[in-house]
Design a protein around this ligand. Structure first.
Ligand SMILES: C[S@@+](CC[C@H](N)C(=O)[O-])C[C@H]1O[C@@H](n2cnc3c(N)ncnc32)[C@H](O)[C@@H]1O
Length: 284
């Protein structure tokens, strides 16, 4: 007997032909077009996830899950599996030193105006928590009333991990022993080998689910500093320009935008000035 989704004209389960509707769904419903090697990676990750849940083919997943509810959990699974989430504590460390100096200056200039920072595309949280740790070391009375740290991502899986704030030994490899002692709680019993960010640092970060391609963004705006590092590398050129324009609009005059060190921007919005290879300032 043929498996139930295999009619005479059904594609071979897990074949390229079987995967075609998923590629189309990604492009038309989510706006993601992946390079061939990343599409191959997604295909392998999705196959293993679907097989473990008892699906017989990509077609079956498409017919049963994606088609009846195109914006539901099936779509979220595709997003989670197709985004590249690599991150690290204090990645590109000069950005954090720069941020802390700018925050101190903003607070000196206007002590009663809270400084607002956004980690856009925060993955599993290392970036916003690094911001909070560096600020805790720089500012004597750091509180959510003085500095707001917003952090967002497209992937719910990543956001949940970020909010849990539990990391393993490999994740904290680049963290200095002094910071490990000060900002992490060591897991005990079944949690041995894990490191959880202390509540004082966790409480400084507010997480939101934001697709940077969607409009509007459910965030307050008027940011002093935005980090959007290693996110737009997967965007098409015109999407990246649209994103930069919108990020620039969300900055207050004199505010700063940090992109990833490896990100090449062919052009930048007219309201931004290049300060260094990956840092931009909005005209005052
Ligand atoms: C490579 S990680 C970078 C994490 C961190 N910014 C860093 O530099 O270490 C890229 C993150 O961008 C997120 N992302 C990709 N496309 C996005 C979109 N359209 N909207 C929001 N986040 C997105 C991914 O889910 C992923 O967590």
């Amino acid at each position: 007997m043929l498996p139930e989704n295999l009619g005479p004209s059904s594609p071979e389960p897990w074949s390229e032909h079987d995967f075609a509707p998923i590629i189309l769904f990604l492009r038309t419903q989510i706006g993601i077009t992946l390079e061939p090697h990343r599409m191959g990676l997604l295909q392998a990750r999705l196959r293993s996830r679907l097989q473990s849940q008892g699906f017989a083919s990509f077609t079956q997943f498409h017919e049963r899950i994606l088609k009846p509810d195109p914006t539901g959990p099936g779509m979220q699974l595709l997003i989670d599996l197709s985004t590249v989430n690599h991150t690290a504590f204090f990645r590109e460390p000069a950005h954090f030193t720069f941020m802390a100096e700018r925050v101190s200056t903003f607070l000196k200039e206007a002590p009663n105006v809270p400084v607002r920072i956004w980690s856009a595309g925060c993955s599993s949280g290392q970036e916003p928590y690094s911001m909070a740790m560096v600020l805790a070391e720089t500012l004597p009375a750091l509180s959510p009333q003085r500095v707001e740290i917003w952090a967002s991502d497209l992937s719910l899986e990543m956001l949940n991990a970020a909010a849990r704030a539990i990391y393993n030994a490999r994740d904290v490899q680049g963290v200095s022993p002094a910071r490990l002692r000060r900002y992490f709680l060591l897991g005990k019993g079944p949690r041995e080998g894990s490191y959880r960010i202390v509540p004082e640092i966790r409480d400084l970060v507010k997480f939101r689910h934001v697709d940077l391609r969607s409009n509007p963004w459910p965030l307050p705006g008027d940011f002093h500093i935005i980090f959007c590092r290693n996110v737009s590398i997967y965007f098409a050129d015109e999407e990246r320009m649209a994103l930069l324009n919108r990020l620039a609009q969300q900055l207050r005059p004199g505010g700063w935008l940090a992109m990833g060190n490896g990100e090449i921007l062919p052009t930048i919005p007219s309201s931004l000035r290049k300060h260094s290879p990956s840092i931009y300032r909005k005209e005052s």
